[in-house]
Design a protein around this ligand. Structure first.
Ligand SMILES: [Zn+2]
Length: 342
């Protein structure tokens, strides 16, 4: 098959469109002909390499996949079904998996990261339980753009932060994958949303998606603006994934009883905590990583009903994956960047 692989860590130039062996199915697995694969920041981390993370080479990245089932080593799977894939792969047998917390499975892995070949290819294999069938009205690009970010944002807002109707939520980086998903889910749940972005165009788009107030994070201090816009109260929930660059402002934006949920640290992993504020304001700091398949199925029902819709920034052909990575690293995008597999 054709695939985009890298043989060493480095910049976008290490992504090579080349021939690769076809996946070989083990019992319980299915083969999917990839039609679209959305980018995530995880793909960039995998390509660049992280300390303490060992990725076998050559590697195929890509966690967000849609396509058609073309072969199966599992029972009861109809060949030809249109699917998107649950990006988290877990054992399916341990306490965590059987308690519906499959993202806490000791063997949890992300498709396209570390030991699982991903969707930057013509074919990918996954355990049968990772299939989610998609209706005809949903196209492959939309389907590929949905799973990882909406599952992540759902886990952050619904499960971790326990967001309630009428609460105030601050969403950082509205144009990012998690940002656009969090704005939509928070609005669906009846929250008021404050969103940040780095350009007038992105701020307008955040408003169009349902943000009540928008903050230019290059021009204004986020916490000062939140204090001004909420009559000094602050927000109930902060959706954080930027890291070092925004951490202090995110902490200062919280109201009494506020919850900060973080799923990433794109700009760096160090953040200070004011312990006096932590206890006196009864704040909670919550870590979040991916989400469960149950949460993805719940979110998917709203997606299929037209109540949630991933925003597509632009598409590239699979062979242009390096260009797509450059766009992601330049932070110019609003929504998901998607590779199409002809
Ligand atoms: Zn498990």
């Amino acid at each position: 098959m054709k695939a985009v692989r890298f043989h060493q860590h480095g910049g976008p130039e290490v992504l090579s469109y080349e021939d690769a062996p076809d996946p070989v199915l083990a019992p319980g697995e299915v083969l999917v002909r990839v039609r679209a694969c959305a980018l995530n920041h995880l793909d960039v981390w995998a390509r660049m390499g992280l300390r303490n993370v060992s990725i076998p080479m050559p590697h195929i990245a890509g966690s967000d996949v849609s396509g058609d089932v073309v072969a199966s080593a599992a029972a009861d799977v109809e060949i030809g079904r249109r699917v998107m894939l649950q990006p988290g792969v877990s054992c399916g047998r341990c306490l965590e998996c059987l308690s519906g917390r499959d993202n806490e499975c000791a063997r949890f892995q992300v498709l396209g990261y570390v030991n699982h070949a991903g969707g930057y290819a013509e074919f990918v294999k996954v355990p049968v339980q990772n299939l989610i069938f998609i209706p005809d009205a949903i196209d492959y690009v939309q389907a590929a753009a949905f799973p990882l970010t909406f599952q992540t944002a759902w886990h952050m807002l619904v499960t971790r932060a326990q967001l309630k109707r009428g609460e105030d939520v601050l969403v950082l980086a509205a144009g990012s994958g998690v940002g656009q998903a969090a704005i939509q889910i928070a609005r669906f749940m009846g929250a008021r949303v404050f969103a940040t972005a780095g350009s007038a165009d992105k701020l307008a788009r955040a408003r169009a998606m349902g943000a009540s107030e928008v903050i230019d994070h290059h021009r204004d201090d986020i916490a000062d603006e939140i204090k001004r816009l909420t009559n000094r109260r602050g927000v109930d929930v902060v959706i954080e994934h930027v890291g070092e660059a925004t951490w202090a402002g995110s902490m200062r934006s919280l109201a009494r009883g506020g919850r900060l949920v973080t799923c990433g640290a794109t700009t760096g992993a160090n953040g200070a905590i004011n312990l006096s504020a932590l206890f006196s304001k009864r704040l909670s700091i919550l870590g979040s990583y991916m989400g469960t398949k149950g949460e993805l199925i719940q979110a998917s029902r709203l997606f299929f009903a037209g109540l949630l819709a991933p925003v597509i920034d632009r598409t590239y052909a699979l062979g242009d994956a390096a260009e797509a990575h450059r766009r992601m690293e330049a932070s110019g995008q609003f929504g998901k960047i998607v590779l199409e597999v002809p």
